[in-house]
Design a protein around this ligand. Sequence first.
Ligand code: AMP
Length: 287
Amino acid sequence: MQVVSPTPGVLVAVRDVDSLRRRIQSWRREGLSVALVPTMGALHKGHLTLMAHAQKLADRVVATIFVNPKQFGPNEDFAAYPRREHDDFEMLNAAGVHLLFAPDVGAMYPQGFATSVRVAGLSDILDGEHRAGHFDGVATVVTKLLLQALPDIALFGEKDYQQLAIIRRLTSDLNIPVDIIGAPTVREADGLAMSSRNAYLTAEERAAAPALHRAITAAAKSIAGGADIAGALAKAREELLKAGFKNVDYVEARHAQTLQRLNPGEPGRVLVAAQLGRARLIDNIAI
Ligand code: AMP
């Protein structure tokens, strides 16, 4: 099925893999390069910055919108996750994106679907410890999207830093011929990382939310300045609880590439996940 753009612009939306492949193959025959930008929709400026980045790096940009049930746990927000396909279409169209692939669950996981992609190790730490099966769902859907579209490059945000590391690992391990590009986190003026889940915050929680960025920025600075890592992280945790965050799932300093233990002198990253009201927020920053 193919839906033609309702407004002037270049965007065409398709919902099935054959239509996606036909379009991309015709571009390839013309010698055009293709960038893929996977999303779960409810688009914001962070997503649009990825699209703009993709436009600079490739001749054609393909966005995908798929709220992937396999990456949500049974008690997570799959049903509540914001879905705004019409607005998303308008935003992508205005941005000059060429193709939107928005499959439904049945097209991605037809009856009998039985395969799972699992990146061992990297999927079991940090967010993986708190969201059982989450990264297997991510790895499986991203592998499918990459093989469906076979783009030259695919772009992902550093906002989801562990996810980016897992995607780099799986494309390398499985010899998927695509360059994975990581893009910096886009933030609100007060430092809060843009996220579709920020829509869950009440006005009061929204006012408290920038404490997340403040706490990890301060921790990263202290660690860079030679302070005791455990002490800097404990202080960040304390600040989050003081600001009104309920659970701090983790606030950790890790090696920037392996996400394993950080030794002195190595490139590092502070990563955090914490609950504020209905929203579980994640963020990370370079040390
Ligand atoms: P999502 O729709 O939340 O799954 O995100 C789709 C892509 O956009 C992922 O690669 C995210 O890392 C990226 N992304 C989400 N929020 C931001 C942000 N604030 N800045 C940069 N990239 C982002």
